[in-house]
Design a protein around this ligand. Structure first.
Ligand code: NAD
Length: 294
């Protein structure tokens, strides 16, 4: 299978590597060059331009936000300028469900199929080929997408028509952000008492309070390692998508709203480029307490 892959960042680079390792013929493109060279060294073809990526059977995009996906596809000399009828575009980025719908319609006009397939599992999930992938699209196209995405997935589900994957991802991002905020508050408490914090985290992970967030982000928060990972700026984008979806569905989400404001406070303080685990700093700032490393 000839596969085009656009967006070789924190997530896209390891995902594209899995495709190469699985024996696919992979053509990669990224705005900056070094990650393209890295992929080329593993056997991928580094494309000179987007039109070259369109000369493939399946194109996967892993870009920051809706305007980026729209630009690479529909720019005058973008991917869509060379895509052939019957090709499939799979967008693994997290974008708005509405944008996914519009992209699907535009591609359908050129007889190109589309699946929105946002992922969860973070950088570790991408590197280990263990992402959870939520897919929106028609049955047949999703089945085609599944064959390809399986090389970096631990779990995949077809959750409805185009845009549905993004709606599930919005719910995912509410759950992750709210969980991070509470882990930040709980760890901030524990660090300022006489308890043995690592022992406390261990026992918490043995009970109902256990979560992937506590396991993956807790140790990094305690060590104050805020290297992204998942940037607060990107999580803010996702929370705005989630809040808009909730508004449209008529659902009040006070916890997600408050968490969004905490993330915004971090961005306003210049920390938007840090990992979302840095939310522990927002707790410290609100409390007027100095940072604490365990
Ligand atoms: P990133 O910023 O690390 O990577 C994005 C890549 O896209 C960069 O390499 C950038 O150079 C490239 N790019 C941007 N615009 C481009 C363009 N017009 N043409 C070509 N290349 C372009 O972002 P990421 O962390 O890999 O996230 C990508 C998407 O996946 C986002 O939508 C994010 O919300 C989502 N996501 C991220 C994580 C995570 O943990 N990082 C987890 C799940 C989902």
């Amino acid at each position: 299978m000839k596969i085009g892959f656009i967006g070789l960042g924190v997530m896209g680079k390891p995902m594209a590597k899995h495709l190469v390792e699985a024996g696919h013929d992979v053509v990669v493109y990224n705005r900056s060059r070094p990650s393209m060279d890295e992929l080329a060294a593993t056997g991928a073809v580094a494309a000179d331009n987007l039109a070259q990526v369109g000369q493939t059977d399946i194109v996967i995009t892993m870009l920051p936000d809706s305007p980026d996906v729209e630009a690479v596809l529909f720019h005058e000399e973008g991917v869509a300028s060379t895509l052939q009828p019957g090709a499939v575009v799979i967008d693994c980025s997290t974008i708005s469900p509405q944008a996914a719908g519009v992209i699907g319609e535009q591609l359908a006009a050129a007889q190109v199929d589309f699946v929105d397939a946002p992922v969860s599992g973070g950088e570790a999930g991408a590197v280990n080929g263990a992402l959870a992938i939520m897919m929106g699209g028609d049955e047949e196209t999703v089945a085609r997408a599944q064959d390809v995405l399986g090389v970096f997935a631990a779990a995949m589900a077809h959750v409805g028509p185009i845009g549905s994957g993004q709606l599930v991802k919005a719910a995912n991002q509410m759950l992750v952000a709210g969980n991070i905020a509470l882990v930040a508050e709980a760890l901030s408490l524990l660090q300022r008492t006489d308890v043995d914090v690592p022992a406390a985290v261990d026992v918490l992970n043995g009970g109902l309070a256990s979560s992937q967030v506590l396991k993956a982000k807790g140790p990094k928060m305690l060590a104050r390692d805020f290297t992204p990972g998942f940037r607060l700026d990107l999580h803010y984008k996702d929370l705005l998508i989630a809040l808009a979806a909730c508004e449209q569905a008529g659902v009040a989400v006070p916890i997600a709203g408050m968490t969004t404001q905490l993330v915004q406070a971090m961005r306003a303080a210049g920390d938007g480029g840090q990992d979302h685990g840095a939310l522990i700093k927002a707790v410290e700032r609100l409390s007027g307490i100095p940072p604490h490393k365990t």
